[in-house]
Design a protein around this ligand. Structure first.
Ligand code: ADP
Ligand code: MG
Length: 240
């Protein structure tokens, strides 16, 4: 599981995360919502060790992410990450793009890596695009390629940072459907998202961030229908 205790993050004078406490259990889907600049992306980067922290702890399966003696590259293999936009390698086919990290980072044989890549591309509905180059894919297909690439590392957790925000509206659904499929399969997921219907229908819990504070967390029904914080209610009123 992911265990976050009293996490503080500063960028110079800017206090971006102000004492976050959060547990994410195996198999759980957590959606994180909140205004731009509230610290949602920073939290994900602190979880996978891409950012240092100034106070508190993050543990993944009992290992302290920010401890000096932690093998962060090894730990990071447990965490798949999908960003708003992922730039794939243009000179490699989708199959080769997905097979790359298993080969290089995990040391799998070429055959093994290609087999794994094909499996994950089928998983995200790109089974007919194995030989395509990324430039020939739509935005939605490119994001599904990014998901396949993360899954090919056989992660225990998936972190999504606004995976659909850069897409044309008609491409959002196919990426959300892929995320929904992973959720149904039992993947543990943290999804920073502006898609309120996804947060509502797919998540076990929804967290609302406001200026570096997790002001609200609970089952979707509770957050959407009976928010405790005034900020949450205002935010939800404006995004609906
Ligand atoms: P969100 O993802 O909720 O929009 P972020 O986590 O990206 O918010 O950013 C939170 C705050 O931290 C913002 O004020 C942002 O400008 C600032 N910030 C983010 N990354 C950096 C950085 N690398 N250096 C300085 N400030 C940063
Ligand atoms: Mg962000």
């Amino acid at each position: 599981m992911i265990q976050i205790r009293d996490l503080h993050k500063h960028f110079g004078d800017l206090h971006v995360l102000k004492g976050i406490n959060l547990d994410v259990n195996k198999g759980e889907v957590l959606s994180i919502i909140g205004s731009s600049g509230s610290g949602k992306s920073t939290l994900l980067y602190c979880i996978n060790g891409l950012e240092t922290i100034q106070q508190g702890t993050v543990h993944i399966n009992g290992t302290d992410v920010h401890a000096k003696n932690t093998d962060i590259n090894k730990l990071r293999q447990k965490l798949g990450m999908v960003f708003q936009q992922w730039n794939s390698f243009p000179h490699l086919t989708t199959l080769e793009n997905v097979a790359l990290a298993p080969r290089i980072v995990k040391g799998k044989s070429k055959e093994e890596a290609l087999e794994l890549a094909a499996k994950q591309l089928k998983h995200v509905g790109l089974g007919d695009k194995l030989k395509n180059y990324p430039v020939s894919l739509s935005g939605g297909q490119q994001q599904r390629l990014a998901i396949a690439r993360a899954l090919a590392m056989e992660p225990e957790y998936m972190l999504f940072d606004e995976a659909t925000s850069a897409l044309d509206p008609e491409k959002v659904g196919e990426v959300l459907d892929t995320m929904r499929l992973l959720a149904e399969e039992g993947m543990t997921m943290i999804c920073v998202t502006h898609e309120m219907s996804f947060a509502r229908e797919v998540s076990d819990r929804v967290a609302y961030f406001h200026e570096g504070i997790m002001e609200e967390i609970g089952p979707p029904q509770q957050v959407f229908e009976d928010a405790q914080s005034e900020h949450t209610r205002k935010f939800l009123m404006n995004v609906r």
